[in-house]
Design a protein around this ligand. Structure first.
Ligand code: FES
Length: 119
């Protein structure tokens, strides 16, 4: 089971255990289940309110589920991913940005540090 540590300058750090292998649970859903106050709006990958900075603590390869086209577009508009990073991500099938949308990022079996708010 992965350990997910939520960290914010405004709140005490909290580490929670995510159920591995669901392939559906998002960072935002896990945060809400555990009363972690990540800001959110649309919950549909459109507003970027739920922007978080993610660090993989497992060193197990690709970080979480892949970015959706909508997530890529919002991160690009927010200046959190460059076209070069997008191209490299698609070419090499690796995640090239530490910025994610909590409502879009699906958890995998890897320990993560999630920093919020990150704007
Ligand atoms: S809540 Fe709007 S993008 Fe995540």
């Amino acid at each position: 089971m992965p350990n997910i540590t939520f960290s914010s300058p405004m709140h005490k750090d909290k580490t929670v255990y995510a159920v591995a292998g669901s392939h559906k649970l998002t960072v935002l859903e896990l945060a809400k289940e555990n009363h972690i106050p990540i800001d959110f709006g649309c919950q549909n990958g459109e507003c970027s309110t739920c922007l978080v900075k993610v660090t993989n603590l497992s060193n197990k390869g690709p970080m979480a589920g892949p970015l959706t086209d909508r997530e890529i577009e919002v991160l690009k508009t927010s200046g959190k991913i460059t076209q070069a990073q997008i191209d490299a991500m698609k070419l090499n099938d690796v995640i090239t940005t530490e910025w994610r949308l909590a409502c879009q990022m699906v958890l995998r079996d890897e320990d993560l540090l999630i920093e919020y708010p990150s704007k």
